[in-house]
Design a protein around this ligand. Structure first.
Ligand SMILES: [Zn+2]
Length: 160
């Protein structure tokens, strides 16, 4: 069954602007040929990263196999980074697609969030979360880049 909520929410796409470097307000943590991990401005849980394909894709079915593989490896790396350096005792990965889910981004992404509250905070739309100061985003990105750089295998994977 295809998505019924296919919409063009943002044109031009805000994520594409970050991935191509036209906008630099979401610091890049790591990148590969097909995948990028960034620190988005809206940090509902401080330490959140977004893992996105470089190419504008809405539907996971539109990913080539090598893109899907790199994206999964990047999600795995960001989970490692999150759990190693964000003082979380668990993590949450979410993927909401389209406006009906409260998600303002139509560029395929995985949101990797550190969590420490039990029970978890009630769900709210990311669109309602205020922007985190740029300096705090830079600090989060630097911490995760340090985690990646500390291991030669992690560094080699993201040497793009
Ligand atoms: Zn895009």
């Amino acid at each position: 069954m295809s998505f019924q909520y296919r919409t063009r929410l943002s044109d031009p796409c805000a994520v594409c602007a970050k991935v191509t470097g036209r906008e630099t307000d979401w610091p890049v943590v790591a990148s590969t040929t097909h995948a990028v991990a960034l620190v988005p401005s809206r940090q509902q849980h401080l330490g959140t990263t977004l893992v996105v394909p470089r190419r504008h894709v809405f539907d996971p079915a539109d990913l080539a196999d090598d893109e899907a593989t790199e994206l999964y490896l990047m999600v795995r790396l960001m989970v490692d980074a999150t759990m190693s350096s964000a003082q979380a005792n668990y993590y949450h990965i979410s993927q909401y697609v389209g406006a009906p889910g409260g998600e303002p981004i139509d560029h395929l992404h995985w949101r990797v969030e550190p969590r420490s509250q039990t029970p978890a905070r009630k769900w709210s739309s990311i669109a309602d979360v205020p922007a985190t100061p740029q300096a705090e985003l830079a600090t989060i990105a630097a911490r995760y880049r340090g985690f990646v750089a500390a291991d030669p295998a992690r560094s080699a994977m993201t040497a793009v």
